[in-house]
Design a protein around this ligand. Structure first.
Ligand code: OAK
Length: 824
């Protein structure tokens, strides 16, 4: 402890240039972070050296998004120095919790996809897998949300304004990134056609490394994030021409590439700068991967034995064309050889089946910005379509019938002709990869049967499932110390590394004393949340209420509106005196809406309007409260999830690819009210469906309802309570003086076809909520189920997910000496 204290003080003075006697929490947080980083860097160097010495096969995880959140607590826990740090900082006059609050969340992602990437890096580090995360170091992460007059207002997230003590910026290792220009064709000495791309613009990519430690194993992997730097200051021409200010403008223009994260989750933006971001990130990453590979290899055909590249959705899919370009134009390999290398190296994970999220890029834009890549994509497509034709005409063409060949070719082509001629990035990712995976069993089945059915017939082995998982380090151990300590006192700490060990809790569910202790841990977390809400929102929570929580991005398919209709109905019952048996509850909502997503923003407004009415109504507010948590983010999730009793996972069946919040809640002892969707299905199977509150129509039932003509008006007319709730929303009951404010929301349900089947599931949802309320009154039974939920969540560890990727897709093994967890 004395060592750590000394290091902190030394950093306050020599790294931060401050007086250690002036007790600034900000300085002491930074100094502590630097002292922790010092303890990581030696192991990072040793880890990287061991990959090199042992010629280990490396895994590269390419993702435009990461959501690490805060690093301090997690890193202290991984290093096993949490208690030491707590005591050291307390000696210096600080509470560790308060210091941790000084850190800004690294919010370099929108939601599930980015958070999954961060859980995966944690698991690779813990399992000892030679992994690297690659991404973009956005200057501005996901916007900061404030709620003003009930509405979302976005503020810039200047997360690095005061620096980032965790990152190493490596200004000496810059990679050039080229755009625009033209392609020259030439013939080599063997008469083969060759291509040279001379680019118009060049920008530089600077690596910033964030260290990701494993759990208690000395293994530290790297998350390398690229930051755009102009090459202007290295260009002496502008001095000579005297255009100094012009050059500065160009510099600012170049550095715009990594300025901001696009805040639209599962909605395509199709903006030129976004494509620039993708290629910027991809080319720098591929150059870095090949630089490392070439240190030990000359023969490029050995690449797939040494390198596995996982594409996190299609955002980095241009990497396939980029690797082809390098192999063809720089290494001068033949097409077939280059293509084999690519397909064997790449694998692609799909994270959504929402059509509005499937990426396409206009051919005209690609031709201008990346002319050589567009040529390559055309060539990939031509060869692929010839192959499709060959397979279709062959005898064993199965269900492919060559009468429909033209249609089939149009459907699978990399190029779509309408509404504008564009490249379908998912098709590029599928044919350029040896593995395509979905993220939960149902999702993968839907990929095979619906979205990519043609590809499933063409490549029956390619599409596979890897159900998501979450890291128990952050989402149980670090976020929920009261519960973790209780668990550890009964079964030891092995569950942090091997989550299956939680099954040892099962017999304890029958032990009244353990149940009481379990409830005490929950209450402690509820009280902690109460204190936080009081500080932040100046509101008093009732900890004896059932805490019912719906936190995630705001999206129509996630059906926050269904939850809101339940709240309005509960409100009506209470004020009409029809709810004598109502179980008091506080309903929490939280989540950001894409700034351009009108309906999602209106949903936020409606929730806040209902909250204001309900909370102000003294007839009901001792029994029902509604809280909107502004600026939902990773660190807020860490506070809210441990305090949650009811987890809302109520997406339209078939639409949530997996969900990972669902896992975090159950792991922390919340019971789930949910639809038969995403990974909630597998959770119900692992836990026992009777221990969750499952309701609503299933995916196949919805398909048939749609086919037979779904008419939301029938539900409206047939259900008095539903009608009352919708009429209130449409009138100005919650928006006095602003008549019609929420009409778009209601009209969308009644006259817009209710694409997400809110009305179809309303009555069943109410029934399930009634069951929840009733069960909560029986605290012994509730607690028993809560314990069993957590005990059966072992499968949903990201360690299990990553082990499957490693074995079944990447063909990589943990580093020697790390297989059983602890390293040397
Ligand atoms: C975001 C942008 C484009 C495509 C997908 C996403 C995304 O975040 N998808 C989410 O991925 C999570 C991780 O796999 C899943 O758990 C969510 O269900 C899915 O919506």
């Amino acid at each position: 402890m004395e060592g750590l204290k000394k290091d902190v003080i030394r950093h306050v003075v020599s790294s931060l240039g401050s007086d250690y006697a002036s007790k600034s929490a900000y300085n002491y947080y930074n100094a502590l972070a630097l002292a922790v980083r010092d303890r990581l860097i030696d192991n990072w160097i040793k880890t990287q050296r061991s990959y090199y010495d042992e010629k280990a096969k490396r895994v590269y995880y390419l993702s435009l998004e990461y959501l690490p959140g805060k690093s301090l607590m997690n890193n202290l826990h991984c290093l096993g120095i949490y208690e030491t740090a707590r005591k050291a900082m307390s000696d210096l006059g600080f509470s560790l919790e308060d210091l941790a609050e000084q850190e800004w969340d690294a919010g370099l992602g929108n939601g599930g996809l980015g958070r999954l990437a961060s859980c995966f890096l944690d698991s690779m580090a813990t399992l000892g897998i030679p992994g690297y995360g690659y991404g973009i170091r956005y200057d501005y992460g996901i916007f900061h949300q404030v709620i003003e007059d009930g509405k979302q207002v976005e503020q810039a997230d200047n997360w690095m304004r005061v620096g980032n003590p965790w990152a190493y910026e490596r200004g000496q290792h810059l990679f050039p990134v080229r755009f625009f220009g033209e392609v020259k064709n030439w013939t080599d000495e063997y008469g083969r056609l060759r291509h040279t791309w001379t680019a118009g613009d060049t920008v530089l990519a600077m690596p910033c490394d964030m260290l990701v430690p494993g759990w208690d194993n000395h293994h530290v992997i790297n998350m390398r994030l690229w930051s755009a730097r102009s090459d202007v200051e290295f260009d002496l021409d502008f001095f000579n021409t005297g255009n100094y200010l012009g050059a500065v403008e160009e510099k600012i223009f170049d550095e715009k590439i990594s300025k901001v994260l696009y805040p639209s989750d599962q909605i395509e933006e199709g903006r030129e700068l976004r494509l620039k971001q993708q290629y910027f990130f991809v080319t720098a990453t591929i150059q870095d991967i090949l630089r490392r590979f070439r240190k030990k290899h000359q023969d490029m055909t050995e690449l797939p034995q040494s390198v596995a590249i996982q594409l996190n959705d299609t955002h980095p899919a241009i990497a396939i064309a980029e690797l082809m370009r390098i192999l063809l134009d720089e290494d001068l390999l033949d097409w077939e050889v280059a293509w084999d290398i690519c397909v064997s190296t790449f694998a692609y994970t799909n994270h959504t089946i929402l059509p509005e999220a499937l990426e396409t890029w206009p051919v005209s834009l690609l031709e201008r910005m990346l002319p050589r890549h567009m040529q390559i994509i055309y060539e990939i497509n031509a060869r692929f379509l010839r192959e499709v034709e060959r397979v279709a005409r062959s005898e064993d063409c199965g269900q492919l019938c060559h009468r429909d060949l033209d249609h089939l070719k149009q459907r699978v082509s990399l190029i779509q002709e309408r509404p504008i001629k564009s490249v379908r990035m998912a098709h590029l990712a599928i044919i350029g990869s040896h593995s395509v995976n979905g993220v939960a069993a149902l999702h993968t089945e839907l990929l095979k049967a619906r979205v990519f059915d043609d590809f499933q017939r063409l490549y029956p082995q390619k599409i596979n499932n890897k159900t998501n998982g979450v890291t128990p380090r952050r989402w149980l151990w670090s976020a929920n110390q009261p519960l973790s300590r209780l668990i550890a006192s009964h079964i030891g700490t092995g569950f942090v590394r091997n989550l299956d060990e939680l099954t040892q809790l099962e017999p304890l569910a029958a032990d009244p004393a353990f149940r009481e202790a379990w409830r005490a841990a929950k209450l402690e977390n509820k009280q902690r949340l109460q204190a936080y809400i009081k500080r932040k929102l100046m509101r008093e929570l009732h900890t004896e209420h059932l805490f019912d929580v719906h936190i995630k991005r705001i999206h129509e398919y996630k059906r926050q509106v269904l939850n809101l209709l339940h709240v309005v109905t509960a409100y009506n019952r209470l004020r009409h005196g029809q709810a004598a048996d109502f179980t008091p509850r506080t309903v929490f909502f939280g989540g950001k809406a894409a700034p351009s997503y009108f309906m999602a923003k209106r949903i936020i407004h409606a929730i806040n309007a209902v909250a204001a009415t309900v909370n102000a109504d003294s007839r009901v507010n001792d029994k029902l409260q509604v809280v909107y948590l502004p600026n939902y983010c990773v660190s807020q999730a860490e506070r809210v999830i441990p305090a949650t009793e009811l987890s809302e996972q109520i997406s339209t069946a078939g639409m949530e690819a997996s969900g990972t919040g669902n896992m975090k809640f159950a792991l922390n002892g919340a019971l789930t009210i949910g639809t038969w969707d995403g990974a909630t299905i597998e959770m119900a199977q692992a836990i026992g469906p009777e221990l969750l509150f499952i309701f609503g129509m299933r995916e196949d039932e919805l398909v048939s309802l749609r086919q037979h003509g779904y008419n939301p008006m029938l539900y409206y007319h047939g259900d008095e309570e539903l009608r009352e709730a919708l009429d209130m929303l449409r009138s100005d009951a919650f928006s006095p003086g602003q008549h019609g404010l929420f009409a778009p929301l209601v009209d969308n349900l009644l006259h817009g076809g209710d694409r997400f089947f809110v009305l179809a599931d309303y009555r069943q949802y109410l029934g399930a909520q009634q069951d929840v309320g009733r069960l909560y009154l029986d605290q012994e039974e509730w607690t028993r189920r809560s314990i069993l939920n957590a005990a059966r969540m072992g499968f949903f560890s990201s360690d299990r997910a990553i082990s499957q990727y490693a074995r079944e897709i990447w063909d990589v093994a943990p580093m020697a000496g790390l297989q059983n967890g602890k390293g040397a």
